[in-house]
Design a protein around this ligand. Structure first.
Ligand code: GLN
Ligand code: ZN
Length: 752
């Protein structure tokens, strides 16, 4: 039952942790390199946390999440908290080194696997559990971070990953059902709740994002059992169960009946379904995630306030919050002095979102007059954004509204035409696009950005790289060559920088995993391609060889997935705009004599909605965007695509519908089994199952590659099979790549 003296009005679900200027990244990497001691690392981290907490305290949130700080990943932190690091690191004496060993491996031990955190661009480490895992509680980190915050006078609310999500995200190494381990885990959570209460926590947040995915009846029943039991702990803090990234659906009434004091709902990704369901929750604090924690737009108070008011009128007590942790947005706009002021006024990063939440909470609880000035500024910015002509490009919109035929001739007809044009041998050999990013390339890029060389010099150096890579491929004897992508810093940013409608930040870093941070572009307007983006590089490469050179583009779904995108139109519409720009590029490449064009879609699977019911609609627009991007060329021009994974699952049918003439995929680790799945889904196009794993420096022998190709030939006829590595080569060394590709060519030739 909610105690009226123990409620709050404004919060966020979690905080970024890399530091406003990536200080944590640098400190952790320095520690790894042996340049700083553990004590120094701890000091730097504590300083970052304190500065962040003080800033939030001053903005005036009356409940502040603590413990979302991490040296690497919060799921790994939870495994450490519960004594569930893998056995293979147990021998490592030092606690911090043991933790990092689980994260990154050492010369002796392999790291945990890493995978996507729900449908975001953050990656977590997958705990390895079994029926035999002996859990034990190691609460020093959450307790210390709680004490630290309380000492600063911050109304701290510890955040812990909930037991159901923890078990559902872990990997069962013995095939046992990990949810069977709940009875062993719950006593630890119960003890932890007691310890947190003793230390002074009045609320605890248990994160259960897995509740927004499809759960079975049994699992829903477990939600009831688990939270009922935790609610029965005596002398515990009030419990806030936090969901995010979607709607709770059936889990909401179940949770509400357990006796937990608060439930966080995501009103951005989840829409209003949970709001309607939340209305009878008179005894629960509804933490309303109305400020988008996964995007960078300023909130529209005239849309947010009525929704919050409706929630309250339904009888619920309402606190205003972010829709998810602020982990997914940059720290603040402070550093973005180079952004065009108009665009900047439309944005809210982490710190600005916290201010928005404070503003909305005041408007809701004290009335709009209390914050009239701030509301006015917000309204003006929102209005201004709507009226900017760059968001309404008549030419692009007319082109998209017109009938653009996204179909090509049947695949078999195309195959004949392409074969006449390209005259490729059986089992053609090729690569995925990038060649090693050499020191020379990095130096050139750094010198260009420091202004030490000009564009002309930079381009000359890139052409020299291309010439070398083409010569190398000819020497190796590959059949379809690439230019090597030396000019690309990143496969999305490179295109975003050249398209209108995108903006880049100078300091908008977000954590992707561990110390790896990315700076997603901001897609704010209608997408227009002012000029060709890749034609010069591809035609230069083609001018150096008589072998076909494959043009390289990033697909619309991937560009969308790795950018902050506009929230004023559907993702489908945004994807179509990007697709049109890519389509224009394919047409220009073709006109310039390029006969093969690859459109990479490594993110196709990532954006798949969490709930089954939403997946078909997504796949529809994603496939549609890809086809729009790739159907502007003649049937004799060969379209390739590349997908970075082999577990297709729900999307296997969509891969066939992409209708790319050749699809390269990861397959080495699954021993080519994926090919049978593809065939079963009706796929009968060209396929290049990666025949070796580029993520390892190991050079595969011709025999090993030959065996992989032999396996592939059992599932796919030779006329459709290609031989290639499983991903781009940019992270490898030239000597490794050269040796591996020579063996690849030898293996293909032996089989022909
Ligand atoms: N063409 C890109 C490359 O080779 C593809 C990268 C990727 O799959 N993520 O680097
Ligand atoms: Zn890849």
């Amino acid at each position: 039952m909610l105690n009226p003296d123990n409620t709050f009005t404004a919060t966020v679900l979690g905080l970024p942790r890399i530091g406003p200027n990536r200080e944590l990244k640098r400190a952790v990497e320095s520690y790894w390199a042996g340049r700083i001691a553990a004590a120094t690392l701890h000091d730097i981290a504590a300083g970052l946390r304190a500065a962040q907490l003080l800033r939030i305290r001053d903005i005036g949130l009356d409940s502040v999440p603590v413990g979302t700080f991490s040296y690497y990943d919060h799921v790994l932190d939870t495994a450490a908290l519960l004594g569930a690091l893998p056995d293979r690191v147990r021998g490592i004496e030092d606690e911090l080194d043991r933790y990092f060993a689980a994260a990154r491996g050492t010369a002796e031990v392999a790291p945990l696997e890493m995978t996507k955190w729900f449908d975001t661009n953050y990656h977590y480490l997958v705990p390895e559990l079994s029926a035999a895992t002996e859990f034990s509680l190691h609460p020093a980190k959450p307790l210390a971070e709680l004490k630290e915050a309380l000492a600063l006078g911050v109304p701290a609310r510890p955040v812990i990953l909930g037991p159901i999500t923890f078990l559902k995200l872990a990997k069962s190494v013995d095939g046992s059902d990990l949810l069977d381990r709940l009875p062993d885990l719950l006593p630890l959570y119960e003890r932890l709740l007691g310890l947190l209460a003793e230390t002074g926590a009045r609320w605890v947040q248990l994160d259960e994002p897995v509740l927004v995915t499809d759960l079975s009846e049994t699992e829903l029943a477990l939600v009831h059992t688990v939270y009922r039991r935790l609610a029965e702990v005596s002398a515990r803090p009030a419990l806030l169960v936090a969901s995010y990234f979607g709607r709770l659906g059936a889990a909401l009434p179940i949770l509400a009946a357990t006796g937990v004091e608060g439930i966080a709902v995501d009103l951005v990704a989840g829409g209003d379904a949970d709001v309607a369901a939340a209305q009878p929750l008179r005894d629960t604090l509804v933490v309303a995630g109305i400020v988008d924690g996964y995007n960078v737009w300023r909130v529209d108070p005239d849309r947010a306030l009525p929704r919050l008011a409706a929630l309250r009128e339904g009888g619920a007590q309402v606190a205003v919050s972010s829709s998810c942790s602020l982990l997914h947005v940059p720290y603040s706009l402070d550093a973005e002095t180079a952004l065009e002021p108009r665009l900047r006024s439309w944005l809210a990063f982490g710190a600005e979102k916290i201010e928005e939440i404070r503003m909305l909470a005041s408007a809701l609880h004290e009335g709009q007059d209390a914050v009239s000035e701030q509301l006015e500024i917000a309204r003006t910015a929102v209005q201004d954004r709507r009226s900017d002509t760059r968001l309404h490009n008549a030419t692009v919109r007319a082109r998209l509204a017109g009938a653009t035929d996204a179909r090509r001739a049947p695949a078999a007809e195309r195959r004949t035409l392409q074969q006449q044009r390209l005259d490729l041998p059986l089992l053609p050999t090729t690569t995925i696009g990038s060649f090693p990013q050499t020191g020379r390339i990095r130096v050139a890029r750094a010198e260009l950005s420091r202004g030490e060389i000009d564009r002309t010099e930079y381009e000359a150096r890139m052409r020299a790289e291309i010439a070398e890579v083409v010569a190398l491929q000819e020497d190796i004897g590959l059949d379809v060559l690439v230019h090597g992508e030396p000019e690309r810093n990143d496969m999305v940013q490179y295109f975003a920088e050249q398209l209108d409608g995108f903006a880049a930040t100078v300091n908008g870093w977000v954590q992707s995993y561990g110390t790896r941070c990315v700076r997603p572009p901001i897609l704010f307007g209608d997408v227009v391609r002012p000029a060709a983006m890749t034609v010069g590089w591809s035609t230069y490469a083609q001018s150096l060889t008589t072998k076909p050179v494959k043009g390289m583009l990033t697909g619309p779904v991937t560009i969308l997935a790795w950018s902050y995108i506009r929230d004023d139109q559907s993702r489908a519409d945004t994807a179509r705009q990007i697709a049109l720009a890519i389509r224009d590029e394919t047409v220009d490449l073709e006109a310039a004599g390029i006969g093969i064009i690859q459109v990479d879609e490594p993110a196709l699977r990532e954006l798949l909605p969490l709930r089954h019911a939403d997946q078909a609609a997504y796949l529809d627009w994603a496939v549609d965007a890809f086809r729009l991007a790739t159907s502007g060329v003649a049937d004799a021009t060969q379209i390739h695509t590349h997908l970075c994974y082999s577990e297709f699952g729900e999307i296997i049918g969509a891969i066939a519908e992409l209708d790319a003439d050749v699809t390269s995929i990861e397959a080495a680790r699954s021993h080519m089994e994926v090919l049978d799945d593809l065939t079963a889904a009706g796929f009968d196009l060209g396929v290049g199952p990666g025949v070796y794993d580029i993520h390892s420096p190991r050079v595969p022998s011709p025999e090993e590659i030959g065996r992989a190709l032999g396996l592939a030939l059992k599932a796919v006829p030779a006329e459709r099979l290609w031989a290639n590595p499983d991903c781009g080569l940019k992270t490898r060394r030239t000597d490794e790549v050269t040796a591996s590709l020579r063996n690849l060519v030898a293996a293909a030739q032996a089989l022909r």
